[in-house]
Design a binder for this molecule. Structure first.
Ligand code: AVI
Length: 321
């Protein structure tokens, strides 16, 4: 089995739950209250996110895929032959297959994902479809995996970071992450990244406030997760999903807002909420091509090519050191 696990992982679920509980208590003791967006993606959250990607209002996924489909030849020419593709948060297998189908003799594909079942199932499937490509999954938080880059091939590394996941990191963290990626790419590698662009505020806000209420369910699932895994007693009916565009900070901001004064117990600890008080759960930064180019250059990466759609809703960039 070509399985790579994070160093020091004891495979101990209760140990991981303790980390979750500690993060929950720390985040909800802060003012304003906050929780890391990574905790949105438990099994149910990941399934809800897959549904979000299909929503009529949620344009990023289908726009990125359309850009990939229209430009697959040019994109893979830019990456060059014998690539070792390292995918961060291995996403839709459709996009991965597009890359693998068009690349010139790719050597290996290394999907990195925290969700063991997901990454192993995808790896197994890809092994049978692409027997000539080495498939070496890593089960880990991709930020942690980038710290241990000795686990990556030594050359021709193409880091693939689609889905505008970079937008979920505050700018300072996004730049640090790009820096780490630049270290992993070395001199003869590169980064292929997809990110969301600034646009009409109504379009942006609709994408995070869909009529079917799936995004609200996705947010509220975090309360259910705390009930299940952190011994909390949230009444999800007493909170609502709030998402709006902050034009100054150039990002969608997402919160869970308390609908009344209430006290919630989390593992024997009482946390009080005032009516209208919010837990911050996500940022989704929206860039301009110029803004992203500048951030990347601070991280040591230079833009080689940019692809976009007719409406300039989304961009895919190829960058090198
Ligand atoms: C995963 N990430 C790029 C999504 C986004 O658009 O920022 C997460 C999301 N949250 C609510 N809807 C989508």
């Amino acid at each position: 089995e070509h399985l790579q696990k994070p160093d020091g992982d004891m495979g101990n679920a209760s140990l991981r739950d303790d980390v979750f509980l500690a993060d929950v208590l720390a985040g909800l003791s802060q003012t304003p209250k906050r929780l890391s967006s990574k905790y949105l993606y438990d099994e149910r959250g990941s399934a809800l996110f897959d549904q979000i990607c299909e929503l009529p209002e949620y344009y990023p996924t289908r726009t990125e895929l359309a850009i990939m489909e229209s430009n697959a030849v040019a994109i893979t020419r830019e990456i060059g032959p014998h690539a070792n593709v390292v995918e961060l948060g291995s996403g839709s297998s459709v996009k991965t297959r597009l890359l693998l189908d068009h690349l010139d003799q790719p050597r290996s594909y290394i999907p990195i994902d925290i969700s063991e079942d997901h990454v192993l199932a995808t790896a197994q499937q890809l092994r049978s479809e692409y027997p000539e490509i080495e498939i070496n999954p890593i089960i880990d938080d991709f930020c942690a995996a980038l710290e241990n880059s000795e686990r990556f091939p030594g050359d021709q590394v193409c880091v693939y970071f689609p889905g505008s996941t970079i937008g979920n990191f505050p700018p300072h963290d996004a730049q640090r992450l790009l820096h780490k990626i630049s270290d992993c790419c070395g001199v003869c590698g590169g980064l292929l990244i997809g990110f969301d662009l600034q646009k009409d505020i109504a379009v942006l806000e609709a994408a995070y406030n869909d009529a079917a209420g799936i995004t609200a369910e996705f947010s509220l699932n975090l309360l259910d997760r705390m009930n299940r895994e952190a011994g909390a007693n949230f009444d999800t009916g007493q909170f609502r999903h709030v998402a709006f565009y902050n034009a100054t900070a150039e990002r969608i901001e997402i919160f869970l807002e308390s609908e009344c004064d209430q006290i919630v117990r989390i593992d024997e600890i009482e946390i009080s909420f005032e009516k209208g008080e919010r837990i911050h759960t996500e940022y989704s930064h929206k860039y301009t091509i110029a803004g992203f180019t500048q951030m990347a250059s601070h991280a040591g990466l230079a833009v080689r090519r940019v692809w976009s759609d007719d409406q300039s809703y989304f961009a895919i960039m190829y960058l090198e050191n």
